[in-house]
Design a protein around this ligand. Structure first.
Ligand code: IPD
Ligand code: CA
Ligand code: CA
Length: 255
């Protein structure tokens, strides 16, 4: 799977290196899709069908194939398309496996940053081939959280998340415009957690099993979620989730 992610990353990079001639369309206000997103999704579907012909595939750009095994590969060909279009390096190919209604394995490859992270139920988490440490204990005197807002999220909701993090928790925050990169930052210990308003299942399907191996819990109730759902959730250590619970309750983000 790492090899497939790397091949997809190479294809995406070839478009990234000729951005000036890349066709870009808009799916909504500040929500972009490029020829690269479509081509990478087509490539991933073709490769996954070759290697796992019995599995289904569900992709952000409309790719949907039903399989007979019950397993579904949930893919985001380029997470962080806005960054990609603006020439920022914070974007990644994300491939997650959905099995028994739960994320069970994932690989995320961010070629412009040379980061590849992989892990799952039976596969220890590794970043660029090296094992990662479990989350450190939460220290509120130097804590930080990542967050993401889908472009459709209201200003009132955005402000409430930032107000809560700044005033009620009194901690630092990081925003990088790509859910997968924010989640890799948790895995690398750069932040203590992540708060999402409006991510989709393809944004998190790979990252959550990778993070679970490091002691990261989340508030998504997979029994009540279908693959088309828009998510509102947080992830981090149990101590971090305890701290953000009032925000989750206020914004109907708790499972
Ligand atoms: C988006 C990014 C963004 C998050 C949105 C996602 P895309 O993915 O991950 O950080 O806030 O919810 O939709 O559209 O670039 O694949
Ligand atoms: Ca995405
Ligand atoms: Ca995408």
């Amino acid at each position: 799977m790492e090899e497939i992610a790397r091949e997809a990353g190479k294809l995406a990079l070839s478009h990234f290196h000729s951005l000036a001639s890349l066709p870009v369309e808009s799916k909504g206000h500040l929500d972009l899709v490029t020829e690269a997103d479509k081509k990478v999704e087509e490539f991933l579907i073709a490769r996954l069908r070759e290697v796992f012909p019995d599995d289904g595939v569900f992709g952000e750009e409309g790719g949907e194939i039903s399989g007979s095994s019950g397993r579904i590969w949930v893919i985001d060909p380029i997470d962080g398309t806005f960054n990609f279009v603006r020439g920022s390096q914070n974007w990644a190919v994300s491939i997650g496996l959905y099995e028994n209604r739960r994320p069970s394995f994932g690989v995320i490859h961010a070629p412009a940053r040379d980061l590849t992270i992989v892990g799952g139920k039976t596969i220890p988490t590794q970043l660029n081939g090296k094992p990662l440490k479990a989350l450190p204990a939460l220290d509120m005197s130097r804590a930080s959280t990542g967050f993401s807002f889908h472009p459709s999220v209201s200003t009132a909701d955005r402000l409430e998340v930032i107000r809560f993090i700044s005033d009620d928790l009194g901690i630092s925050f990081r925003f990088c415009g790509a859910a997968t990169i924010s989640l890799i930052e948790v895995a690398m210990g750069e932040t203590d957690g992540y708060v999402s308003v409006g991510d989709s299942t393809w944004d998190v399907m790979a990252a959550l099993p990778i993070l679970a191996n490091l002691g990261v819990s989340h508030t998504i109730d997979w029994d009540r979620i279908n693959l088309q759902a828009k998510l509102r959730f947080a992830c981090g250590s149990n101590a971090f989730l305890e701290k953000v619970r009032p925000l989750l309750e206020k914004m109907a983000m708790a499972a």
